[in-house]
Design a protein around this ligand. Structure first.
Ligand code: ADP
Ligand code: ZN
Length: 602
């Protein structure tokens, strides 16, 4: 092989994109596709999928067609490529007839490296004719899981993309997705006729995301503390289950000085679009949202994703938390979780319209997630194991950083279960706790529960401890909430074994938060170096905001947080030193180099 040809991908990576080395499978994928092969690329969010088709687009003759489902995404991608000096543009419904003609002319004339198109446009006869008249480098099908009818991102137009292969069999295709499960994989291969494609599966680990699941007490106050202590001024997403809770939480955060905005499907389209655009473009906005806020988000510098309610499954949790830290800088996935969440999710399943089979699967998925919430082991190990990936304890989740103590809760469990039994399986955890702790409330008197032999037998544990016991009993399947009876706790077959003394129960202790000695992250990203140079980082961010405003592009299109943080840490003295910073290619160096050096000099 000619070594001169061989080194071209790396050269382009350095000069155009400003990255020193390839990440993971990128190099192999680029070589394969540039060489004319088909590929299916499975990589987690933030893994660096775009480069896998952008580089081959530059290496191969002709124009690369990129099929992308969302207009906002393609506009931002094109803006970012133009900053790098790459000849990219898009075709979608926002263009008028004259603009469309101009793009088609450029395509035919071979003046484009990349052309982003919406799937419905690609299938129009006029477009197909135009493609037939042009030299094509490759087809890239982004968000390829949109072909899956079972996922929530299904796009019927994606099903027709197999036509590309029939019409242009000689043009290589690369399909990309961050959806991890094997069914979706198989479906992509079948529906896009990618049987001969080489499959590249990356690890689905997101090492820069720190997973934390806390015991829910006063969720909003806990959230506010988390934001203030760890993410003051950072961009983040807060997920809630209901529209009402979204509105209330956003308003409450605003009243406490957080720049929060709501997003849910009940809002009118205009305000929804406006809020999404603000989140994408402005810095430091916190979106409080239902899961309707999803695929359209391609913001690399989301520093945290918080859950105030439990997601439905580990898939959901992984996908939602995965929107944090796409840029690779430290990010948090934080969730507050309590007995109420277990009750609520069970109710939703029990009351759903689905078949018996659907409910059974839903319960199994919920149980897997509860297992993740209650585990005393590494969260990441548990998460990756669910996707069939083996790993070792990560050192970057709450259970690794502050291992929970395990206690023999058999005795407490038996007391709790007896209390449920003696009170007729008709009460929720609050009343049961009062009975166990021997508190004389109106309700206790009304039902004469102070006459029972279980009254006061649990005075040795405080209220928080009992709340934990009941939550874990529910999560571990020893009790089951009854929705006909307003969440009253009922016994299960498993609980009978405990009551009879045949089964031991182990539980996690409530870990009182020791504060944040482990990692100081005030002011957000990049830890201590940046903190030391926070004055410079602030100036750089301010400059970037101004640039973004003048050019009307999102701030991260100018530079990513990580690039600014590196500049602040390294403080490059000249152009050569600046060029070594990751994320600064030739074009950006030429355009912004002297301004950056000026800022560093102060
Ligand atoms: P994905 O589409 O897989 O979510 P992107 O293509 O948006 O990920 O890339 C995520 C981030 O990683 C971007 O900020 C991108 O600039 C950066 N990146 C990608 N490849 C590299 C690399 N080889 N070296 C450094 N940064 C990279
Ligand atoms: Zn861990």
């Amino acid at each position: 092989m000619n070594p001169a040809v061989d080194s071209r991908p790396l050269q382009l990576l350095n000069t155009v994109f400003g990255h020193p080395v390839f990440r993971g499978a990128q190099s192999a994928i680029v070589d394969h596709v540039a060489g004319g092969g088909d590929a299916l690329v499975l990589m987690p969010t933030g893994g660096g999928k775009s480069l896998c088709y952008q580089l081959p687009a530059l290496l191969r003759e002709g124009t690369a067609l990129v099929v992308s489902p969302l207009i906002a995404l393609m506009q931002d991608q094109v803006a970012a490529l133009k900053q790098l000096g790459v000849r990219a543009t898009f075709l979608n419904s926002t263009l008028d007839g004259r603009e469309v003609n101009a793009v088609e002319r450029a395509l035919r004339a071979g003046e484009l490296d990349l052309l982003y198109v919406a799937p419905e446009r690609l299938m129009m006869p006029r477009m197909l004719q135009c493609l037939a008249d042009s030299k094509l480098a490759l087809f890239a099908i982004d968000e390829a899981h949109c072909v899956s009818q079972w996922g929530h991102d299904f796009r019927p137009e994606y099903l027709q993309l197999s036509v590309l292969h029939e019409r242009f069999p000689e043009v290589p295709r690369i399909a990309l997705t961050a959806t991890a499960d094997p069914q979706t994989r198989t479906e992509i291969v079948r529906r896009l006729a990618l049987d001969d494609a080489r499959v590249f599966i990356s690890s689905f680990d997101r090492p820069n995301i720190r997973y934390t699941i806390v015991d829910k007490q006063d969720a909003r106050a806990q959230l506010l503390r988390f934001i203030r202590e760890d993410h003051d001024g950072d961009a983040g997403i807060v997920y809630c289950l209901s529209r009402k809770k979204v509105d209330e939480t956003a308003a409450w955060l605003v009243s406490h000085g957080v720049r929060a905005i709501p997003y849910h499907a009940g809002m009118d389209t205009a305000s929804r679009t406006a809020n999404q655009a603000r989140f994408q473009r402005e810095e430091g906005i916190v979106v409080v949202a239902t899961i309707a806020f999803g695929m359209g988000i391609d913001k690399p510098d989301v520093r945290f994703v918080a859950h105030l309610d439990l997601p439905r499954s580990i898939e959901g949790y992984y996908q939602e938390t995965g929107r944090a830290g796409r840029d690779g800088a430290p990010a948090d996935a934080w969730m507050a979780y309590g007995l109420g969440d277990v009750v609520q999710q069970r109710r939703m399943i029990d009351q759903s319209e689905g078949s018996e089979e659907f409910r059974r699967v839903s319960v199994a998925k919920l149980d897997a997630l509860l297992g993740l919430c209650e585990t005393a082991g590494c969260r990441r190990v548990r998460l990756l194991d669910y996707f069939g990936e083996a790993s070792v304890p990560c050192g970057n989740c709450d259970t690794c950083l502050e291992p929970p103590q395990i206690w023999d809760a058999t005795d407490a469990a038996r007391k709790a279960l007896s209390c449920i039994y003696r009170t007729g399986q008709r009460f929720g955890a609050v009343h049961l706790t009062d009975v166990l702790r021997g508190r004389v409330t109106d309700r206790v008197t009304q039902w004469s529960h102070d006459q029972l032999n279980v009254f006061g037998i649990g005075a040795d544990l405080d209220e928080a401890a009992w709340r934990n016991v009941f939550r874990q009993l529910a999560a571990l399947g020893y009790v089951r909430p009854d929705h006909e009876a307003y969440g009253a706790l009922r016994l299960t077959d498993a609980s009978r074994r405990v009551l009879k003394g045949d089964e031991r129960v182990e539980m996690r202790h409530v870990v009182a938060r020791k504060g944040r000695a482990v990692r100081s992250r005030r002011g957000g990203i990049a830890g201590t170096e940046a903190a030391a140079n926070s004055g410079l980082l602030e100036r750089l961010k301010h400059w970037r905001m101004e640039q973004a405003r003048v050019q009307s592009v999102p701030a991260y299109v100018i530079f990513h947080d990580r690039t600014l943080a590196e500049i602040a840490a390294v403080q490059p003295a000249d152009i050569t030193a600046l060029a070594a910073v990751s994320g600064i290619g030739a074009k950006k160096l030429e355009r912004y180099g002297s301004a950056l050096l000026e800022l560093v000099r102060g």
